[in-house]
Design a protein around this ligand. Structure first.
Ligand code: AMP
Length: 363
């Protein structure tokens, strides 16, 4: 099957009633502020909702229309796509949308206009491609080990795909690596075939800042929208235990994201925050034309040399944007009003409706 072409999507968009655009997304992840923001900008909204998960969307009244499906992945079914097109829908992707719809389906089967560059989603999902983007952009990243036998200091071990930190572990020697692999397999968190794909990188001792940007293709500007840090289980609970207790119980902490805290950086770090955002946009424009478009996130650890080290990126709305549904310190500086990421996306679509430029922001 061929890829969904941009020409075809623009043709579909051409047939839309521009006075009645609906902003739609899958009911999960960041859909509350995506739809709430769309309403604030005056759009109708629709949610594709898995049966049994409707409560938050009903109680917070963010959706004008509900398209109920048995399973999230049904968003790519032809009848659901038709309903979306019938309501002149522009779909806003987020982490769960990509995970549940499936990258292949988004690239090959989803014939509904989407906000952003659909081709870049694969670049954040596949670690080697993601690394290529960062290396090409000359962005500071942790050193990578190509073989577990070479582990000579604390390393972080990760596995493919967006698992929210499940199965990650820290090791300081090849022996510890082997022992922890066995423990993770026993727990059923990794399979034999994952082991060969283990990604091993330098453990960066520092504080976590996930920086949320919006790249406006219409204005050619990278905007700093907000920051969060992750609240991860079991590590963040584990560190509340006195050291004696930590030593006496034999558990290997995990890094499963359960929530997010809003955070700000010391002001002297902000030049680095802008610099890495600009660099990633430039690198993406070189490698995955037309590049980043709309929301993206750079996950960092800031060490005690005050270096911002990047360990992960998202090329779409990241979960941590939920910390600033009413705006962040940074989006306040830029907009002076409650600008969530969802609202910023809707504002860009509104600007394209008023002044043209859809071909720059829709694929
Ligand atoms: P990720 O799934 O890549 O977002 O990583 C999950 C968590 O693992 C992060 O939020 C960090 O707490 C931790 N982490 C990831 N990479 C590193 C690293 N190189 N050094 C230290 N901690 C890390």
């Amino acid at each position: 099957m061929g890829k969904v072409s941009k020409e075809k999507i623009l043709e579909i968009l051409d047939g839309y009633d521009k006075e009645n655009i609906t902003i739609a997304t899958l009911g999960s992840h960041t859909s509350l502020h995506i739809l709430n923001g769309a309403k604030e900008e005056g759009f109708r909204t629709a949610i594709v909702c898995e049966k049994g998960r409707e409560v938050p969307y009903e109680r917070f009244e963010v959706a004008d229309e509900f398209i109920m499906v048995d399973e999230f992945k049904d968003i790519v079914n032809e009848d659901v796509q038709q309903k979306l097109r019938d309501m002149n829908a522009i779909v806003i992707p987020h982490g769960s949308f990509v995970a549940y719809a499936g990258l292949d389906n988004v690239e090959d089967k989803f014939n509904v206009p989407m906000f952003g560059n659909r081709d870049i989603l694969r670049w954040e999902a596949e670690r080697d491609l993601e690394r290529k983007l960062l290396v090409n952009g000359k962005i500071r990243i942790p050193m990578k080990y190509d073989d577990p036998s070479k582990i000579d200091r604390a390393v972080m071990v990760k596995f493919p795909g967006a698992r929210g930190g499940r199965g990650y572990f820290v090791a300081s020697s090849p022996e510890e690596f082997d022992a922890k692999i066995d423990a993770m397999k026993e727990r059923g968190w990794i399979e034999d075939e994952d082991v060969a794909q283990a990604h091993i990188e330098e453990y960066v001792s520092g504080c976590n800042y996930c920086i949320h940007y919006f790249y406006s293709a219409l204005n050619d500007e990278v905007e700093l929208m907000g920051m969060d840090s992750r609240y991860e289980s079991s590590i963040d609970g584990f560190v509340r235990m006195p050291a004696k207790g930590q030593l006496s119980i034999d558990i290997s902490p995990s890094y499963v994201v359960t929530g997010n805290h809003p955070v700000v950086m010391r002001e002297s770090l902000l030049p680095q925050a802008f610099e890495i955002g600009d660099k990633l946009v430039k690198s993406a424009a070189e490698l995955v034309k037309p590049g980043l478009n709309g929301p993206f996130c750079i996950q960092t650890l800031v060490n005690d040399n005050l270096e911002v080290v990047v360990f992960e990126t998202s090329a779409r709305t990241d979960g941590g944007t939920n910390t600033f549904m009413e705006g962040s310190s940074y989006s306040y500086l830029k907009y002076g009003e409650g600008m969530s990421m969802g609202r910023r996306v809707a504002r860009e679509i509104k600007n394209a409706l008023e002044n043209g430029g859809f071909e720059k922001i829709i694929t």
